[in-house]
Design a protein around this ligand. Structure first.
Ligand code: SF4
Length: 60
């Protein structure tokens, strides 16, 4: 199953991924990105492409 890996060294908590796929990505109260199950593959792919720092990667 496809899942998303986030490189926390480069994520700057911009929140673009959360806007593109709000059911999958969520910034917690400390600004740390939480990643859930990939329930909407199209939205997640858009989020991965839209991340300004390239912190997200899709893996099988
Ligand atoms: S869009 Fe990229 S930099 Fe912004 S919160 Fe998501 S993973 Fe982090």
């Amino acid at each position: 199953m496809t899942r998303v890996v986030v490189d926390r060294e480069v994520c700057m908590s911009a929140g673009v991924c959360e806007m593109e796929a709000p059911g999958v990505f969520e910034l917690d109260a400390d600004g740390v990105l939480q990643v859930g199950e990939v329930t909407d593959a199209d939205a997640v792919e858009t989020a991965v492409r839209s991340c300004p720092t390239g912190a997200l990667q899709l893996v099988d």
